[in-house]
Design a protein around this ligand. Structure first.
Ligand SMILES: [Zn+2]
Length: 443
């Protein structure tokens, strides 16, 4: 039955994006779009340093009361903005799963359970690690975890928006209890206790019915965000009074309950908190390499060079999904090669298979490269392909299959799989070569 439904959905043509209205209410921000093009919005109250995000509805139509509750909380806060203390900037997202609401089910448009799709492999608890086969509603087992961690657009959007969060409240229904991130994280436990006490719900250290993998609260907790899942008692009532009391209790003790994001130290280098969380969530040392320098203050914000990337934080992009981005280091590399080796490129091009064609640039990503691109964050992480695959020496001088992208150069060899060429190292080398020569070395 599920396969049949998914087949219908996959072959169904979504409605025009333009049919969905864009945000028009005060304080409402457009975060991005669902797979079927529906807007996902947040409404902001306050502008303090401690970012608290309430994710209303994740599980679509069966938990529609969490959506209506969040809308009601937004309406209430518009009339009572003083409820948000100066230390807090609060965001309420009515739903990250508008497609599930429209389709009348728990999953996203592709049939994935968004609360089983996150990369929960970063904490010290293997039992909550992401997997495809999951336990869902009522503990029923199904392959609804998605094809790989953080595969779904709604989850990637949530991941990017929460990078600098201090606290996260993921509303669900209907079990009538509040539980924190499952791996030991005292700030999450404290937050769950206070919310439960305020709302009059039962606090539970763990979700008692079955093992949750890939859960959003566990992902958030692993990055140091105080993260909880309140489950409304009913499946159809908003339980507005209860949850307003729970949220109010949290806001009243925000300084104690919402820990400011902590900077990291990697290979002896300090890494500012949002960059550190991005680096961890998007692949860490294995994919992005180690930091090669301390963070630099720039006109836009902060940047830091790692072996394979340069990450940049932009103050102007705070509270958007573009707050931290990987700089487009591949563009210059591709341009330089096209200039120098244009004549050789065509003879070296590896025959294209049946990958994904990008109309924007006319190039295709195939096989291992396409898989790596998708798993590593796709367009946001690596950008568009700027060349075909070709055989050439990599930075280490060994022959490899390479492909240029806007924010990376992909490199493949059978023993190592796909790696990123060390564009961060290359950039620092170029900068050193171009630096003004000291006077005493002048001839
Ligand atoms: Zn739920």
């Amino acid at each position: 039955m599920l396969q049949l439904l998914m087949l219908i959905i996959l072959t169904w043509v979504p409605p025009q994006v333009a049919a969905h209205p864009l945000p028009q209410e005060p304080g409402e921000l457009l975060l991005g779009y669902s797979a079927q093009g529906r807007p996902i919005t947040a409404t902001q109250f306050g502008d303090g340093p401690r970012k608290l995000v309430v994710v209303g509805n994740t599980h679509g139509a069966p938990e529609g009361n969490t959506y209506r509750l969040t809308i009601a909380l937004i309406d209430y806060l518009r009339a009572h903005p003083d409820l948000v203390p100066p230390a807090v900037r609060l965001f309420l997202i009515p739903t990250i799963n508008p497609d599930g609401i429209a389709l009348g089910w728990r999953f996203d448009a592709a049939g994935v359970d968004l609360n089983r799709n996150m990369n929960t492999n970063l904490d010290a608890c293997p039992e909550n690690d992401w997997r495809t086969t999951v336990q869902g509603a009522y503990g029923l087992t199904a392959d609804t975890g998605g094809p790989y961690p953080d595969s779904q657009p709604e989850i990637r959007l949530t991941r990017a928006f929460l990078l600098d969060a201090a606290g996260a409240i993921f509303l669900h229904s209907n079990a009538g209890l509040v539980f924190p991130a499952s791996c030991e994280h005292p700030p999450s436990i404290r937050l769950a206790e206070v919310y439960a006490d305020g709302a009059g719900y039962t606090y539970s250290r763990f979700w008692p019915r079955y093992n949750i993998t890939g859960g959003m609260h566990d992902w958030a907790g692993s990055l140091g965000i105080a993260a909880i899942t309140p489950e409304l008692v009913t499946g159809d009532q908003m339980e507005f009074t209860e949850n307003l009391a729970g949220l109010s209790a949290v806001l009243a003790a925000a300084d104690q309950l919402l820990p400011l994001p902590e900077d990291g130290v990697v290979a002896g280098q300090p890494v500012p908190a949002p960059l550190f969380r991005y680096w961890r969530a998007l692949g860490g040392e294995e994919r992005l390499g180690l930091p090669l320098e301390p963070p630099r203050v720039t006109a836009e914000g902060v940047s830091q060079t790692f072996q394979h990337v340069r990450l940049a934080l932009s103050h102007a992009q705070r509270d958007t999904i573009f707050y931290v981005q990987s700089e487009p280091l591949g563009v210059a590399v591709a341009a330089g090669r096209a200039y120098q080796n244009a004549a050789r490129d065509s003879s070296e091009v590896v025959a294209a298979g049946t990958g994904r064609l990008f109309d924007e640039t006319g190039y295709t990503l195939d096989a291992e490269f396409l898989d790596f691109w998708q798993r590593g964050g796709g367009l946001a992480s690596f950008g568009l392909p700027l060349s075909a695959q070709f055989r050439a020496p990599g930075t280490d001088g060994r022959m490899r299959t390479l492909q240029y992208l806007e924010r990376a150069v992909f490199s493949y060899e059978p023993e190592l799989g796909v790696r990123l060429e060390p564009l961060g190292e290359r950039l620092l080398l170029l900068e050193a070569l171009q630096a003004p020569t000291a006077a005493y070395t002048a001839r």
